[in-house]
Design a binder for this molecule. Structure first.
Ligand code: PBG
Length: 321
């Protein structure tokens, strides 16, 4: 009796025939950083090759992503320092940068799926995802504001709202808020299992949104926990989440797989800023082959069970597919 597994690896054609995991542009969600102004395109130093753009140039970028077959963008805005406060007041401004961006993108490229970040940190004078009282990020008032924020995005035309804050109960409040205002078709992609990770640094540089005191460990999850991720996912689905997310991706592939096995909704994973930055930095030093490392890490996220991948590599991948 002979078994020769290498037969299936012998040529590129054979490897292509038996490959189990295939990527397509439709697997990707492209995160976009938007700032005020016109004609602005600024490279983010800790995210080499990634830019924060004014709305006019963002629209051009979305057109190009759409033409490459990417079906979804995830919007984040950089809020002017003067517009930040503890209550996230600007987050509810119907004429705010987020709301204007949603309208403009949906008008220019109506068929693309526009997803929006729902959390207070870019709007918060404390850089926290909720309202701060006596040094504590309070839950229920924060969740109330997040629900209003989600409605405001839906009103501007968002296809999906994506709460990334980790307040308890916010999915049901958001769903209820959307229903009461008649937005029965607006989806919720919940950052369900979002860990208190060291890999968010470059993102916070991009939006100038780092916490001004403490850390996010009282609301984001402990990286040591696995069962708790399943609890969060279970609760979010019960509360009405249409898509659940695991974030970050690469240090949490086991969580992605477990969530995929145990839930009946699409699972997304966020290949976060630090994961992108590590590959870029090592490649710049000549220590890693950037392209090979990119493909391998993205493939591993899909193989782990992610149906959708939010990644700063989305455009590069789509260009090469
Ligand atoms: C904030 C938010 C963060 C990211 C997405 N939404 C940062 C944080 O929680 O501090 C991180 C994304 C990335 O690192 O690419 N609500």
């Amino acid at each position: 009796m002979y078994t020769r597994p290498r037969i299936l690896r012998r040529t590129a054609a054979i490897r292509g025939m038996v490959r189990e995991t295939i990527l397509t542009p439709a697997d990707f969600i492209a995160p976009l950083f938007i700032e005020e102004g016109e004609g602005q395109e600024k490279e983010i130093p800790s995210l080499p090759g990634y830019y924060r753009r004014s709305l006019d140039l963002t629209i051009k970028e979305v057109e190009s992503l759409w033409s490459l077959g990417i079906k979804s963008v995830l919007l984040f805005v950089k809020v002017e320092e003067a517009d930040k406060d503890n209550l996230g007041t600007e987050a509810l401004n119907d004429l705010g940068l987020m709301q204007r961006s949603i309208r403009a993108i949906k008008q220019a490229i109506p068929d693309i799926c526009v997803m929006t970040d729902v959390a207070l940190d870019p709007y918060s004078s404390y850089g926290h995802d909720g309202i701060v009282e006596d040094g504590v990020i309070i839950n229920d008032r924060s969740a109330d504001v997040l629900a209003k924020m989600a409605v405001s995005h839906a009103m501007a035309g968002a296809d999906f709202v994506a709460p990334s804050d980790m307040m308890d109960g916010r999915i049901s409040l958001i769903r209820e808020g959307l229903e009461l205002e008649g937005f029965h078709e607006t989806g919720i992609m919940s950052y369900s299992a979002k860990y208190a990770s060291s890999f968010y640094g470059p993102f916070r540089d991009a939006l100038d949104s780092a916490p001004k005191f403490g850390d996010k460990k009282t609301y984001q999850m402990d990286p040591a926990n696995r069962i708790e991720a399943l609890k969060e996912v279970y609760l979010d689905i019960e509360e009405g989440a249409d898509i659940v997310m695991v974030k970050p991706a690469l240090s949490y592939l086991d969580i992605i797989r477990e969530v995929k096995n145990q839930s009946q909704v699409p699972v997304s994973a966020y290949n976060v800023s630090g994961e992108y930055a590590m590959i870029k930095a090592a490649a710049k030093q000549g220590w890693l082959d950037e392209q090979a490392a990119m493909w391998e890490s993205i493939l591993s996220i899909k193989r782990a069970g992610a149906d959708l991948i939010a990644s700063y590599f989305a455009k590069t991948i789509a260009e090469q597919l």
